[in-house]
Design a protein around this ligand. Structure first.
Ligand code: CTP
Ligand code: MN
Ligand code: MN
Ligand code: MN
Length: 397
């Protein structure tokens, strides 16, 4: 039995935006289990339960050391009865029966595979499952009509489910920079999302584009997309125009959490040479004739100069999100798109519940003063909200 006087008592504030969450999670076994239950709830249209598990997992991510006993959890926020039961099972038995059953359930597995297709949401996946479609093969055989996004998602399924590395994100960044600079010199490009938080891999790469002169950014996205398309860098794209000014629900309180910037959801065709560096190429050209001959069995010689492995494509598909914001809203867009998703949700909840303010990726509105609060940096927004500044690398809640 743990002596209660000796047990570490953690002091963790209740909103994720009040605390620092670095990437060095000391409780991955517990947080993986809770995240899986959160995912299952979200895939089952039980968003409330999903958020509860996400909040519980986030509290454990913020702890400075591994949890070894239940007494350490006393007084911690956001740990409901269900989450505590899961944690207790894992600490005492090494596993949670509920988590193991969920993981193995046909429904969960099918939902994961199907929603793992870009363009497929929970509603579509559920409909397919009702029609006995549980796998990609069954989907292909079913003759279901797929929209353009889903066709691209299915075609590039393996690539898109392989994590994007930092090197690939950097290579994409260079391409995006070239595209933006060639259509609007002076524009600024910032990596957002998980890579801005210091993650080493991601499911996509996210960029925010603005221009220091208000208004110069208008109409930018179609030009960037045209440039990328003309260079053969896009496998798929869907551009949504800015709908902020015509929205009727008031700037700081959009009808949904979706913001209204001009944006582009895309799938990039990233040539392998963009991330390979020079090493591999050098090795190849420095091969002795014998080596080259043995390699040639598997390699096609093209035009006598360039060699490509047969049946091996020399590029890979990567999901890329582009967002354009006017400079006047840049700080809000930056804060709103850096994530994590839970951190964002908690910021908005804090603003609404604790400060009577409405925060979006466009603006911050003070309901008591009935006015917008301006900001040109993330630091200013945290200050308006009465929060200590948390840098991106510590928003990994
Ligand atoms: N976001 C958003 N609206 C969307 C999609 C995403 O505002 N329709 C925001 C999310 O709230 C998040 C950021 O964009 O803050 C990045 O989202 P996403 O790319 O999905 O997640 P990451 O944190 O980048 O994680 P990953 O590495 O999995 O991409
Ligand atoms: Mn730590
Ligand atoms: Mn991302
Ligand atoms: Mn994204």
């Amino acid at each position: 039995q743990v002596n209660e006087a000796e047990a570490v008592v953690f002091n963790i504030p209740s909103y994720a935006c009040q605390r620092r969450t670095a990437l060095d999670n000391h409780n991955t076994v517990l947080t993986d289990a809770l995240s899986l239950l959160a995912e299952n709830a979200e895939l089952s249209d039980e968003d409330g339960r999903g958020v509860a598990f996400r909040r519980a997992a986030a509290v454990l991510k913020a702890l400075p050391e591994p949890v070894t006993g239940m007494t350490q959890l006393r007084g911690l926020p956001c740990l409901g009865g269900h989450s505590l039961r899961v944690i207790k099972d894992i600490l005492e038995d090494g596993a949670s029966g509920e988590v193991e059953l969920t993981k193995e359930s046909e429904r969960f597995k099918a939902l994961k595979v199907l929603t793992g297709i870009f363009g497929v949401g929970v509603k579509t996946a559920e409909r397919w499952i009702r029609e006995q479609i549980h796998s990609l093969q069954q989907l292909q055989d079913s003759g279901q009509t797929l929209n353009r996004a889903q066709q691209a998602g299915l075609e590039h399924y393996d690539d898109l489910n392989q994590p994007v590395t930092k090197a690939e994100a950097d290579a994409i960044g260079e391409i995006v920079r070239e595209a933006v600079m060639s259509v609007l010199p002076g524009a600024q490009i910032t990596v957002i999302g998980g890579f801005r938080r210091g993650k080493l891999t991601g499911h996509d790469v996210d960029f925010l584009v603005t221009h220091p002169e208000e208004g110069r950014e208008v109409g930018l996205m179609p030009k960037v997309v045209s440039w990328l398309e003309s260079q053969g860098f896009l496998l798929y794209q869907k551009t949504t125009r800015n709908s902020y000014l015509e929205s009727k629900d008031g700037p700081a309180r959009p009808a949904s959490n979706m913001d209204r910037f001009e944006r582009c959801f895309s799938i990039f065709k990233l040539p392998e040479e963009e991330t390979r560096g020079t090493k591999q190429t050098e090795t190849l050209t420095e091969n002795t004739p014998e080596d080259t001959c043995s390699l040639a069995a598997n390699w096609q010689v093209k035009g006598g100069e360039q060699m490509k492995p047969a049946g091996h494509k020399a590029w890979r598909a990567v999901r890329v999100d582009l967002v354009v914001s006017p400079i006047s809203q840049f700080a809000f867009a930056l804060l709103g798109w850096t994530g994590s998703k839970l951190f964002e949700r908690e910021l908005r909840r804090w603003a609404g519940h604790e400060k009577a303010m409405s925060l979006s990726s466009h603006a911050l509105y003070d309901n008591k003063q009935s006015r917008y609060l301006r900001a040109t940096s993330e630091e200013e927004i945290f200050a308006h909200l009465g929060l200590d500044y948390i840098p991106p690398s510590e928003r990994n809640a």
